[in-house]
Design a protein around this ligand. Sequence first.
Ligand code: UT7
Length: 330
Amino acid sequence: MTSSPTARYSRITGTGSYLPPKRLSNSQLAEQLAADGVETSDEWIVARTGIHARHFAEPDVPCSDLAVAAARRAIEAAGLQPADIDLIIVATSTPDMVFPSTACIVQRKLGIAGSAAFDVQAVCSGFVYGLTIADAMVRTGGARRALVIGAEVFSRILDFKDRTTCVLFGDGAGAVVLEASDTPGILATELHADGKHADILCTPGTVSGGLVTGDPFLKMDGQAVFKLAVGVLEDVARSVLEKAGRTEADIDWLVPHQANIRIMHGTAKKLKLSLDKLIVTVDEHGNTSAASIPLALDTAVRAGTIKPGDTVMLEGVGGGFTWGAVLLDL
Ligand code: UT7
């Protein structure tokens, strides 16, 4: 990493995302689970979570492939070439290997070398963590054109005999290019963690060759996570708004972590935001952990819903326990 002239701000100049082609509706998943004696239904999943479908990567497709596909789209949207990128941060809890980082593998697959590249592990808050780090590095001259990616293959760590978790998650990737800028961009960021809640959402095994060994499955105390999430998402949103000198009324779009429509509605209501301002992709993507926020952002940008100049609040929450928010002008 070389030092660049400092910029006052960083700004998102391109977004991209990728979903593996295999889409499973709730009914299709319920049918597969029933063959193993696991009972669930489309009605239960929709009523409790808002999820209608999720995408699963084929078993031989690693996290880095999803990340690269999203990254290429973000780089293209920014009008850049891979060689222009001088920092790569990948947020993931389902990396290709223990090491090297998925970011280094992404760098190689993009056909570039020399830029700094590392992974961030903050589970479902990972993208907000990565974006906050990239913003700091760009503003202090450590990078000028950063690629921040959230990418996951959570299907690899799901226990398909545990109906309380396996119906919730999906695979995918989202990415942004963050560039040095004289005009704002990112207005304020804030990150938090409280490790005493580590056990309520965890996967105790270790990853090697894209497979988890040891106890390989995600465990979650759904209700405990739910209660914590609703509280911290309100607090961190208010705190970031205050830092930026803005109010709830300035938010054009809320792009929260896509885990459960009930948590998302609860957060919007607490912030007194109309549900029209809430970007929702959990219905079609399920919970894609670190990928969910950039996937939702890119989906809304490409649909023309979020437009240049709009003020957007990104909010992450998840295992660790971790949470954080980024307020930005697109
Ligand atoms: O990404 C990181 C952040 N993660 C989250 O934000 C997840 C937060 N938690 C949640 O979203 C919710 O707690 C869940 C969706 C996981 C569960 O919803 P809930 O309303 O808290 O349901 P519950 O755990 O209280 O379960 C209600 C009932 C139970 O049956 P009984 O005990 O009432 O007879 C469960 O056994 O629903 C049953 N159940 C199911 N039934 C059909 C649990 N999973 C299923 C299922 N299909 N898949």
